[in-house]
Design a protein around this ligand. Structure first.
Ligand code: SF4
Ligand code: FES
Length: 249
């Protein structure tokens, strides 16, 4: 395949960026999108040019660091697919593909396609710990949990913190991410002990980081590579209201 990549190049956070076009020949349709960026970088290094900075770790769709805006959609055209799991056969021979970093005020561009997603880390930290009995290791399944609660908690826990929901939202809202993190602990008995405190602290941190409010357009759910349901946002709002009205500290 032949493709043209129009990539956002930006030296540093405080310098101006621009889209730069690179033509690539002999791209194997079976290779992944990140492998195509690797191919480009090998060619740039061979020419003595600076490679394109982008993030990746697991390349298995589970770490959440690889997110890119690809031709106008977070993580590209396939639903429930991370950038690292996207393959070149998804695109047409001769296609021009635009590649940009996440665009959201709280996610500052560090270089090229790499953004600072530490606001997510601080929201998680604000959520605090889960109470555990620090004695001997308990027997497995000693705390009964209903199948429905365990399934719901697991559905929410599937969030990989990639930030696509924020990038896709016209308000830069982090509510789908925060809702998933709140719900995955709140549905389990171990996590419900600090439940009220957690939902208040995480939402306060989300606001302090400068994320916008929910737009109710569900763009977040449409681009989420893990299919996190927007129903969790409504649940988080209910939990926050309950925690605020019936504050048990
Ligand atoms: S909710 Fe989905 S889109 Fe948002 S951070 Fe989690 S996995 Fe990524
Ligand atoms: S590199 Fe880990 S999810 Fe893509």
């Amino acid at each position: 395949m032949k493709i043209t990549l129009k990539i956002w190049r930006q030296k540093k956070a405080d310098t101006k960026g621009k889209l730069v076009a690179y033509d690539l020949n002999n791209i194997d349709p079976k290779q992944s999108f990140l492998e195509t960026l690797d191919t480009l970088n090998q060619q740039l290094i061979a020419k003595g040019e600076e490679p394109v900075a982008f993030e990746s770790d697991c390349r298995e769709g589970i770490c959440g660091v690889c997110g890119l805006y690809i031709s106008g959609t977070a993580h590209g055209p396939l639903r429930e697919t991370t950038t690292c799991q996207l393959h070149m056969r998804t695109f047409k021979d001769g296609e021009t593909i635009t590649v940009e970093p996440w665009r959201a005020k709280p996610f500052k561009v560090i270089k090229d396609l790499v953004v600072d997603r530490s606001p997510f880390d601080r929201i998680i930290q604000a959520g605090g710990f889960v109470s555990v009995n620090a004695g001997n290791a308990p027997d497995g399944n000693i705390v009964p949990i209903s199948k429905k609660a365990a399934d719901t908690a697991m559905d929410a826990a599937a969030c990989i913190g990639c930030g696509a929901c924020v990038a896709a939202c016209k308000n830069g809202s982090a509510m789908l991410f925060v809702a998933a993190k709140v719900a995955h602990l709140a549905h389990l008995p171990q996590g419900s002990i600090e439940g009220q405190k957690r939902v208040r602290a995480m939402i306060a941190q989300m606001d302090a980081e400068g994320f916008g409010s929910c737009t109710n357009t569900y763009e977040c759910g449409a681009v989420c590579p893990k299919g996190i349901s927007v129903d969790f946002i409504a649940e988080m709002n209910r939990r926050w209201l309950g925690a605020t009205l019936f504050d048990s500290k």
